[in-house]
Every structure is written in structure tokens, then in C-alpha cells.
Write a protein that binds this ligand. Structure first.
Ligand code: S3P
Length: 171
């Protein structure tokens, strides 16, 4: 469908609540690529939920598992991969994504993110007294990494199809 893609995957990057899974699923259908959600794959590999992995084993353990799962998925052939918000912060993961995929940052404002991540029990990083402040802090720390993606798409409150279309055109 998009010839420029060749055998490369498409990897969606960005904060929780930016719409990576929703947009990713639709984009995958359009591109005729299998959609894979890295968080789901990590849970399947670990046999436990992400909040449980954080609680039982801690974040560093989760991050190592996440990097391994992403490496395996990118080796498995062209896919559309939605990554967890922290994955692109690792140098080895960024390098693998650069080698095998086109990366696309779904960029969302803090207020949009806060509105979308109401079910915080699924997001261990937001189990804090002041989620708005946590989101602001994460955005500040992460944007320099997200800016290293190949493509940036604004994930604002417009119909999903419009964002999908923008992403496909940019590939
Ligand atoms: C995380 C985001 C989550 C999940 C984990 C950590 C992060 O994925 O991987 O809770 O560090 O931002 P989503 O971005 O899909 O919510």
C-alpha cells in the first residue's frame, strides 16, 4: 500500500493516552499490517498484568522485558507496533526501531492526556497524588526523545480517521 515502507514496520511512540492503540489499530488495517500492542505482548510473555509486573518486580525489570519483547516483535517481520510510553527512552530500543521501522510520534497535550487516562489503575506511573503534575514532568523528560522519531503527528480531538490519514500520508 505504501511502497516507501518496503519491509519496514511502523512503530507508534508517545505518551500514554496519546491514542497509540486506537490510531494504531486503524492505521494497521489501512496499511494491511498486523497490529501488535507491545504492552499486551509483555503481559502475555510475563503471564501477569503491567501493574502487577511493576509492583512485584519493579520498573527496571519491566523495562528490560519491554526492550526484549520489542526486539523480538521487530525481528518477526513488518508489523504496526504500538509501544508503551516509556519504551522509546532506551537507546538500544531506539536503535532497533531506527534499523527496522519508521517511527511515528503521536504528540498529545497534557490536558488531552489527562482527560484520556482516567482509568489510572492500568497505569502504574500515574498512581501518584497529583497525576497532572506527573504527566507534566513525564512530558518534559520525554519530549527530547520523542522528537527523535521520523514523523510527528498531532493527536488532538479530531476524528481518528483524520489522524490516521495524516500518518499514512507522512510515511
Ligand atoms: C508506560 C506506559 C504504558 C505501560 C506502562 C509504562 C510509560 O503504556 O507501558 O504503564 O512509561 O509511559 P501506554 O503508553 O500504552 O499506556
Amino acid at each position: 500500500i505504501v511502497a516507501a515502507l518496503g519491509k519496514r514496520s511502523v512503530v507508534l511512540v508517545g505518551m500514554m493516552g496519546a491514542g497509540k492503540s486506537t490510531i494504531g489499530r486503524r492505521m494497521a488495517t489501512r496499511l494491511r499490517l498486523p497490529f501488535v500492542d507491545a504492552d499486551n505482548e509483555i503481559e502475555a510473555a510475563a503471564g501477569m498484568s503491567i501493574p502487577d509486573i511493576f509492583e512485584v518486580h519493579g520498573e527496571p525489570h519491566f523495562r528490560d522485558g519491554e526492550a526484549r519483547v520489542i526486539a523480538r516483535l521487530l525481528d518477526s517481520g513488518p508489523i504496526l507496533l504500538a509501544t508503551g510510553g516509556g519504551a522509546f527512552l532506551r537507546e538500544d530500543t531506539r536503535q532497533r526501531i531506527r534499523d527496522k521501522a519508521i517511527s511515528l510520534w503521536l504528540k498529545a497535550d497534557a490536558d488531552v492526556i489527562l482527560r484520556r487516562v482516567r482509568r489510572r489503575e492500568n497505569r502504574p506511573l500515574l498512581k501518584t497524588a497529583d497525576p497532572a503534575a506527573t504527566i507534566a514532568r513525564l512530558i518534559e523528560a520525554r519530549h527530547p526523545f520523542y522528537e527523535q522519531t521520523d514523523i510527528t503527528i498531532d493527536s488532538r480531538d479530531v476524528p481518528h480517521e483524520k489522524i490516521v490519514e495524516e500518518g499514512i500520508i507522512a510515511l
